[in-house]
Design a protein around this ligand. Structure first.
Ligand code: NAP
Length: 280
């Protein structure tokens, strides 16, 4: 067990609720492997402003932010990066010379498993918080068309972007979009544990998925989801949400420690915790 002393540096994650966060598992596994005298602690934060002031007072080195504070934290920071501005949310904060600096590593996390692919027509299912990172990621990939499918606040979503490739649609248009897509991303929680039998698409939709398409589900439990199984049956390549989770965490830990991060150790720690089979 790790020996905590007066010299141990503190990192953390804030959210409410926080007890289900997987971040302490992967970060502490990596910290141990790196031989660093750090500890990463979950904090249930209900009142954001005094918590952030307190973090400065106790010399916290940096922290992750999860629901519901990803947007609300922005006015409490001295600076945010272009990635955080594009998404309108911060998930990683570190200490700068004149205060806290915030960024969003979800784009890096989303893009990591797509490095060897070059999709041009993306269909994004859902238009909530994670969809914003996905749209920013698709724009960075150079997708010529990014079609976002949602059931509410579509005009608001479209207006938040100055992106000619982006178009928003209602779900009844999905059938027409799928045959042209080479990347289909589920950003809805449909199919997430314990609703293993649910999928954001019907079997009829699935038949319209191209054989050379990539189906990407941001959900990591179950693994694979029904959506990924439907796509695989059409010959499509499946990517699950675990890699995005690992890679957004690795990008954050690299910012805090300024060192190369053992990504495989983080991945294995999560796979062990979730009871998933190792892919290697
Ligand atoms: P969110 O902000 O609540 O967005 C969810 C989106 O799904 C919204 O557009 C919502 O529409 C839509 N939706 C929910 N239920 C639906 C239904 N029954 N039919 C149609 N649309 C529905 O949530 P989020 O933060 O973006 O997270 C979404 C998912 O991504 C979660 O499963 C989360 O665990 C996962 N995620 C994974 C990672 C990762 O690292 N792998 C990172 C972030 C998120 P309305 O707004 O109309 O309700």
């Amino acid at each position: 067990m790790k020996q905590i002393t007066g010299k141990t540096k503190l990192l953390g994650v804030i959210g409410d609720p926080i007890e289900h966060s997987l971040s302490p598992i992967m970060h502490n596994a990596a910290i141990e492997k790196m031989g660093l005298d750090f500890i990463y602690v979950p904090f249930r934060v209900r009142d954001l402003k005094p918590a952030i002031a307190g973090f400065a007072a106790i010399d916290l080195q940096g922290f992750s932010i999860t629901i519901p504070h990803k947007q609300a934290i922005i006015p409490l920071l001295s600076e945010i990066t272009d990635a955080a501005k594009a998404i309108g949310a911060v998930n990683t904060v570190w200490k700068g010379e004149s205060g806290w600096i915030g960024t969003n590593t979800d784009i890096t996390g989303f893009l990591a498993p797509l490095r060897s692919h070059a999709p041009s027509v993306a269909v994004v299912l859902g238009n909530g918080g994670a969809a914003r990172a996905v749209v920013a990621g698709c724009a960075e990939l150079g997708c010529s068309e990014i079609h976002v499918v949602g059931r509410s606040k579509l005009q608001e979503f479209q207006a938040a972007w100055n992106l000619s490739a982006l178009k928003t649609h209602t779900w009844d248009q999905l059938s027409d979009l799928l045959p042209h897509a080479d990347l289909i991303v589920n950003t809805t929680p449909i199919g997430m544990s314990p609703n293993f039998d649910d999928s954001p698409i019907t079997d009829h939709h699935a038949e319209r998925i191209q054989e050379n398409a990539i189906a990407y589900d941001l959900i990591y439990v179950p693994n694979p989801t029904r959506f990924l199984k439907q796509a695989q049956q059409q010959g499509a390549t499946a990517i699950d949400g675990l890699e995005m989770l690992v890679q957004q965490g690795a990008a954050a830990l690299e910012i805090w420690t300024q060192q190369e991060v053992p990504v495989e150790v983080m991945r294995q720690a999560l796979q062990n915790h979730l009871g998933l089979a190792h892919s290697n």
